[in-house]
Design a protein around this ligand. Sequence first.
Ligand code: NAP
Ligand code: MG
Length: 489
Amino acid sequence: MREFKLFIDGQYCDAASGETYNSIHPGNGEVIATIAKAGPDDVARACTAAQAAFDGGWGAMTSAERSTILARAAELLLERAEEFAQLEMADVGKPINEARNIDIPVAASYLQWYSEVTDAAAGQTIPVPDPGQVDFTLYEPYGVVGGIAPWNFPLFLGILKIGPALATGNCIVLKPASITAMTTSAVCELFAEAGLPAGALNVVIGPGSTVGEAIVTDPHVRMVSFTGSTAVGRRIIELSQHNITNVSMELGGKSPNIIFADADFDQAVAGAVFGVLLNNGQNCIAGTRVLVEKPIYDDVVAAVADKMASLKVGNPADESTQLGAIVSQQQFDTVTGYIEIGKSEGARLVCGGSVPGGPEFAGGFYVQPTLFADVTNEMRVAREEIFGPVLVAIPFEDEADAIRIANDTDYGLGSGVFTTNADRIQRMVRALKSGTVYVNCYNAVYPQSPFPGWRQSGNGVERGMAGLFTYVRIKNVIQDLSGQPIGWF
Ligand code: NAP
Ligand code: MG
């Protein structure tokens, strides 16, 4: 059985307490590894090491040197992609083909992109009224930043914090979700091999309530980038009051995917299914509410149900599996609980709704892809984030009705629009209140593209140039050129 450890000050280590816990394979319930379980002492040591690295070796490196190290780490990840894909598959329960084709190569491509932007956080020269003075801005790293990541795309979302933090010259203390810590621990070795100085990257693993909170309140940590649920985000914002720590929140969603009668039917149906089922619906931007214009509503519901029912749910390790397991018993209980809530609210179950039977599913946390029709936007299954393979279909009358229903949510992470009407596209992308709008596609992600959350989906931006600037703070400089004494005394 494998062991995964903390990574502090350039070394893999046990927790100070010596405690460990087991990692479970969601596909069969078996214990696959032991994980070191950190506590506040380990966090304090990691943050101190990060500060020392910032004040020493890492802080003194040039942007070109940082670039070389990040690019090398990306190469090493691709060289060992299969090993990382296997770990991610077994830890999260996602199909091996998804881990191979998405999680690992996408993580490497982001790291590669961050290696290309280590000198991109440029300031401005600002014209000021006094011709004898010049004003310019510098963007400087915070020093030590904290990262807290969720379990749905563990390595990718970890790299989304490590990449921009290191690119901009910060040091980072990162906590993955306890239930999916294996790849985040394992990747540290690649950074060390790539030449990253000790202390620049530290990984502490353990419960959010102790380890996560210790990161947020550590006095060295000047900025925290958090990806996770809105409820935990709220708690971290509260904790940020202690040291007036900057926080960037990337939170949950309940994204609408809107299909107009003039859409390309097959494209829209594929978009609705892929929009919700990528990663078994455990995706922050999942298009979990499909809004369908009335004339095609019955046809879309039938076609989506057909497509969903045809997908192969199975052992994540099998090449042919399209939907693997739900990440944990707890998340399985949440998802199946929402299916019961949908039924009791009067939503019409069109497909799925139960747990697949048979020996290959023994011990695992499997749920059939599920479609509820005739849902109203007031139902809990239309308002609350389920984070599983559950889609709700809501009919609408016209464009105004679609916009009203789409925006009637506390969240604002993503929206999808399927239509062939160019004028309508322009109206819709402006009317929708979300940080991302997909038009005739869904779930595309690029390191160059900003990914902001609106409303209760967050207050920050990850990815893209705007996301890079999350990791630097602005400094303004006013310099006198006149040679005259200053002031009026
Ligand atoms: P979560 O329960 O909020 O946990 C996220 C992370 O926060 C975990 O590492 C967790 O640690 C830690 N944590 C828990 N309590 C904490 C506390 N009091 N202080 C500090 N840290 C704490 O979310 P999840 O269930 O892992 O992930 C699913 C959520 O993430 C969904 O809401 C999804 O929409 C969101 N998400 C958002 C984005 C985005 O970019 N907007 C991307 C992906 C996912 P432990 O679990 O180890 O205790
Ligand atoms: Mg696991």
